[in-house]
Design a binder for this molecule. Structure first.
Ligand code: ACO
Length: 331
């Protein structure tokens, strides 16, 4: 397929709720310790949404910043994609709710469910619409409030997650632009979908008093079974894209991986043989914000001057599904 145009990231923005929960706060909630959380995950703080905040509220704040960075107005958008597993409602989509909040209409808005890989999946969809010349500016937001679907009695999961939003505007690049999307790789292995699941509330297990009693509306994860799969599938997603584009890992300026566990990030970096100082890490500040980890890390790194125009940035994620993917861009 010959692309008519190139896609690029024209603006990014992030938002995290003001309330912060650190490891010492968690020691008061479940049988855990700062030492365990720090050494086993690399996490220290996470932001937690207020009772009256839903994901559309977080997405809205991040979007305003991304629009400003792109020097665009809401009415310049042609499509909204939301990547989340903690949407405002089962339906309608958060994409449509955000569209209303932004005061715009009459173009496609929808959500995708690919767990922590949601932003990478969304970027791939946006890339194709831009490259084919169908749209010029697509808003893609990775956003989660996992704190509201967390079992706060389960120390295996409740220490791991944080809330936040990362918004990106994906736009048509001009022919003279050095910024562009280069390649992307997506995959899923549904054979292990039960390892990471919010079991109740859908048609398989409708909400009932029993499902509430059994905590089936919260995140269930068999973390130790996922651990190795996460490293392997993110490695494959990165390796495939590097190979397809005849690129050596040393030509990559920055690696942004899903922020699920510092040990996973370290192991992946070593397996890819990338220099430690090229790996972007903010897991200590935000923990695992699922679909928001990559766009938050991207926005932070652009704003603090780490990622500069022309840099080659490789991004990769892994999550519920079990999904995985990578995206290579020249920023
Ligand atoms: N505090 C203290 N002890 C704990 C805690 C805690 N918060 N959590 C678990 N433990 C204990 C366990 O009970 C167990 O004790 P035992 O040996 O007495 O039975 C021990 O620590 C080891 O438990 P493991 O689950 O084997 O710990 P592990 O080292 O694997 O770390 C973790 C768990 C952090 C979840 C890790 O497995 C991981 O990061 N997995 C991958 C997660 C991931 O990538 N998920 C996909 C993306 S997330 C998404 O899509 C939303």
């Amino acid at each position: 397929m010959i692309n008519k145009y190139n896609a690029k990231i024209s603006g990014t923005g992030m938002y995290v709720p003001t309330k912060i929960l650190n490891n010492y706060d968690l020691e008061k909630i479940v049988d855990t310790s700062d030492e365990w959380i720090r050494t086993r995950t690399g996490m220290f703080e996470r932001h937690i949404a207020a009772e009256n905040q839903a994901v559309s509220d977080l997405a809205y704040e991040a979007t305003l910043k991304a629009l400003e960075a792109a020097d665009l107005r809401a009415r310049d958008l042609d499509m909204i994609i939301i990547a989340s597993v903690s949407n405002d409602h089962a339906f309608p989509s958060t994409g449509c709710i955000l569209q209303k909040m932004l005061g715009i209409k009459n173009f496609p808005a929808f959500d995708i469910s690919a767990g922590c890989t949601g932003w990478i999946y969304g970027a791939n969809i946006a890339k194709l619409y831009i490259e084919n010349g169908i749209y010029k500016n697509i808003l893609l937001v990775g956003v989660e409030i996992l704190s509201k679907i967390t079992n706060w009695k389960d120390r295996n999961t409740c220490v791991l997650f944080g809330d936040g939003a990362g918004a990106t505007i994906i736009s048509r690049a001009s022919s003279s632009d050095i910024s562009q999307f280069i390649d992307s790789e997506l995959s899923a292995d549904g054979s292990n979908y039960e390892l990471l699941i919010q079991a109740a509330g859908g048609s398989r297990m409708p909400a009932s008093q029993q499902t509430i009693k059994d905590n089936k509306h919260t995140v269930y994860m068999e973390g130790n079974k996922i651990f190795k799969l996460a490293i392997r599938s993110m490695y494959t997603a990165c390796h495939t894209v590097l190979k397809r584009n005849n690129l050596d890992i040393h030509s990559i300026d920055w690696l942004i991986t899903h922020q699920a566990n510092m040990r996973i990030i370290d192991a992946l970096g070593k397996k890819l043989r990338i220099e430690d100082d090229k790996v972007i890490v903010n897991i200590d500040k935000y923990a695992n914000t699922s679909a928001a980890t990559i766009p938050i890390a991207l926005d932070e790194s652009i704003r603090n001057g780490k990622i500069r125009h022309g840099d080659l940035v490789l991004m990769t994620s892994f999550g519920a599904g079990l999904t995985s993917g990578s995206l290579l861009i020249r920023y």
